[in-house]
Design a protein around this ligand. Sequence first.
Ligand code: ACO
Length: 342
Amino acid sequence: MNENELISDRRGKKPIFVRGLGSYLPERILSNADLEKIVATSDEWITTRTGIRERRIAEENQYTSDLAAEAAKKALADAQCGPEDVDAIIVATVTADMAFPSTAAFVQKKIGARNCPCMDLEAGCSGVPYGLELASALLRQGPYRNILAISADKLTTITDWQDRLTCVLFGDGAAAFLVSCEGVGAKWEVLHIYIANDSDGTDILYLPGGGSHMPATEETVKNRMHFLKMNGKEVFKEAIKGMGLALENVCALGNITPDQIRFFAPHQANKRILSAIAEHMNLPPERFLSIVEWSGNTSSASLGIAMDHAVHHGWLRPGDLVAPVSFGAGLTTGACLLRWIG
Ligand code: ACO
C-alpha cells in the first residue's frame, strides 16, 4: 500500500489515536433452546436465518451505564490510564439508563472520573463511527487529550418478548475506546471516518412510545409501544446497501480499495447480512469478523466487541487496516479506517 496516498488528505489535521479498547458482555447466557421456551421458535429457524446460537443478557439491576463502565475500565487498563486521565465521556446508546441525566454522567461516577463533560449520542447501531467522529472533532479543536467514546446497549429492555421475529436477535453489551491526540503508546491510528443518515428509513426501525411523540400512557403500555419495532426484510436490504456504500466512501477518503483492508468489523446484526455484504463487495467472507453466533446483536457495541475479540485472539499484525462499519436506526451508516499499531 502507498502510505503517502493513504494519509494524503489528512495533511494539516491533527492525528487521532485509540490508546485503549475494552469490551464487556454480561455473564448470563440465553440460548436458542431457552428461547424455545419463551416463544414459538426453534434453534434450527434461528441459526439458519441469523447464525445466532446464544446471546448475553444483563441482570435486572445491571443498567446500560454498568455495562458501559465495565468496558470503559477495560479500555483505561488497556491504555494504562486512570480515570483522572479522562477529559470527556461520550456514550452512544438507544437504551439510556434514564431520559436524563445522560448515561455518560452515570458512567463518570462509576469509573471515578471527575469534572469532565459527559454526553449521550443517539445513532442507533452506528455508535462506534459516530462516537469516534465526535471524539476526533473535539480532540482536534482542543483542549481535550483523552476522550472515552463508549457504545453500550441493554437492548433486552426494549425487546418485545412476545414478538418472535425480533426477540431472537438481541443481546446486551458494551465497548469503549479511549480516543486521544497523543500517539505515545497508542494501539490504533484513526485514519478516516465516514458517517451519514438516510431519514427515508425512519419507519423501518423505531421505538414509538415514551418520547414527546407518544408519551407513556396506560394505553401505550398495553399496546406494547415501548418495544422496538422492525421491518426485518427492509432492514436486511438497507443494511447491505448502507454498509456497502459506507465502506466504499471511507475507502475513497483513504484512497484505497477494500481489498487492502485486513479485517472488516461490521455491525453484528446477523450472519446472513455479513455474508451478503462480503458477496456484494466481492471480498472473502473470512475478512468479515463475526461474533454474532455467541453475542447476538448487541446494537452499537457490536463492532467494538468484534474488534476487541480480534485483538485478544492475536489476529492483527502491525500496519493492518481494520474497518468497523455499521448501519442502524435513523437510518444511520458509518465506516472507519483504523490502522493497528500493535
Ligand atoms: N421462529 C420461527 N419462525 C419465525 C420466527 C422465529 N423466531 N420469526 C418469524 N418466523 C416465521 C414468520 O412468521 C414467517 O412465517 P410464515 O411464512 O408462516 O408467515 C416465516 O418465519 C418467515 O418470516 P419472514 O419475516 O419472511 O422471515 P425472514 O426470512 O425475513 O427472516 C429476519 C426474518 C431474520 C428478521 C430477517 O428479515 C432479517 O435478518 N432481517 C434483518 C433484521 C436485523 O438484522 N435487524 C437488526 C436489528 S436492527 C439493527 O441492528 C440496526
